[in-house]
Design a protein around this ligand. Structure first.
Ligand SMILES: C[S@@+](CC[C@H](N)C(=O)[O-])C[C@H]1O[C@@H](n2cnc3c(N)ncnc32)[C@H](O)[C@@H]1O
Length: 354
């Protein structure tokens, strides 16, 4: 199989199923992001998407709809093999053949993390039904290792918008509204994934130096973003013309070129973050939580105050309250049902916050 190496990153021109078997070792890839052919007759994609094909690179190779199930199972099995334990995979799929991909995934040990809906602009125009304007992104992991999920890579957990909503929470909702890129006059692959979408997946699910693989490189958008974020990249593209056009563009990509434009999240260093809880810490937590809620504060308000007082994160506090048996009536404004009195509380003689 023909391949090109650029600054230590290897890209293969050929079928990803046979190619991965031969060239990619088991448990070697940190993250796979891939967008397989859709099995909906690629040559007519321009009609489907109502657009000018003049600048679309020739050579997009489609998979016949009749063989899509078997094809999906074969490449997904390879993806499972090459991923490291704990590695993540994002598969972008339309809805027509989604069931084949889901069926194939269920025949592996890969585990579902999220089923994301990507809503884009320029949906397929229709007049007698709703406009189709979303893709599915299946986010799975290979079990057996610690999955990378960089919680604060884009927004600190305390960052708020103008209406006091959490930016971190909003960014991590499983419906993503990201526009396709409009590239008039530029040579492109059919269905190129937007840079913003790829950046998001890579920021959350990989670190600098990690190996990112795309089994269906198309316009090499995954590889370009990976290199732009200082990751390593590899992958396959079966079409010789697409490969030749895009490999030239890859040679001009500067490692890390996307890093300076990334948003800098505001991350608070908490004094006791990651430290284990002593009996005294637990006693203090319950006492203060009881005091605050009995003084009329909601659960949410109490936890926010305790984050500052105790120098610990919200998740850690909530988890510990649950472990200590604090029950809530539910919802952000829920009041504790019954306050437990643990040995640690009973033994507590000094109240540090009184
Ligand atoms: C949906 S496109 C990928 C688009 C890409 N994500 C991008 O942003 O440009 C799918 C690509 O897979 C290629 N392809 C089809 N069958 C393949 C196979 N067996 N192995 C590798 N590539 C294949 C097609 O030629 C096409 O370029």
């Amino acid at each position: 199989m023909r391949y090109e190496e650029i600054s230590g990153n290897t890209y293969f021109n050929g079928d990803c199923i046979t190619g991965a078997k031969r060239y990619v070792p088991s448990d070697s890839v940190d993250l796979i992001i891939t967008d397989p052919p859709y099995g909906i007759n690629g040559d007519k994609l321009h009609k489907h998407y109502n657009r000018n094909e003049e600048f679309v690179v020739e050579g997009y190779v489609e998979v016949p709809a009749s063989g899509y199930g078997e094809f999906s199972l074969n490449w997904i099995k390879e993806a499972e093999r090459i991923l490291k334990p704990g590695g993540s995979i994002y598969i972008v799929s339309g809805y027509t053949n989604l069931y084949h991909i889901l069926h194939a995934l269920r025949q592996t040990k890969l585990e579902e993390i999220n089923h994301i809906i990507w809503k884009y602009n320029f949906g397929v125009y229709t007049s007698r039904k709703y406009v189709s304007s979303h893709y599915h992104i299946l986010f799975y992991e290979k079990p057996g290792g610690e999955r990378t999920f960089n919680l604060e890579s884009r927004f600190g957990v305390k960052e708020k918008d103008s209406t006091d909503g959490s930016l971190n929470y909003q960014d991590r909702e499983d419906v993503w509204i990201i526009n396709r890129e409009y590239k008039p006059g530029q040579v492109k692959n059919k269905n190129e994934l937007p840079t913003e979408l790829l950046i998001k997946m890579m920021q959350y699910s990989s670190n600098e130096g990690d190996l990112v693989c795309d089994l269906f490189l198309g316009g090499f958008s995954t590889a370009k973003v990976a290199i732009g974020l200082n990751r390593r990249a590899t992958g396959f593209e079966i079409s010789p013309s697409m490969f030749d056009t895009k490999i030239e563009e890859m040679k001009a990509i500067e490692p890390g070129f996307l890093l300076p434009a990334l948003r800098c999240p505001e991350i608070e260093e908490l004094a006791n973050q990651g430290k284990s809880w002593t009996d005294e810490d637990m006693a203090t937590l319950i006492l203060r939580f009881n005091q605050l809620t009995q003084s009329g504060k909601t659960k949410k308000e109490s936890i926010e105050l305790l984050e500052e007082e105790l120098g610990r994160g919200r998740w850690s506090i909530e988890k510990m309250l649950k472990k200590l048996g604090v029950q809530f009536n539910g919802g952000k404004r829920g009041r504790p049902k019954k306050q437990p009195i643990t040995d640690a509380v009973r033994d507590q003689t000094v109240l540090p916050f009184e």
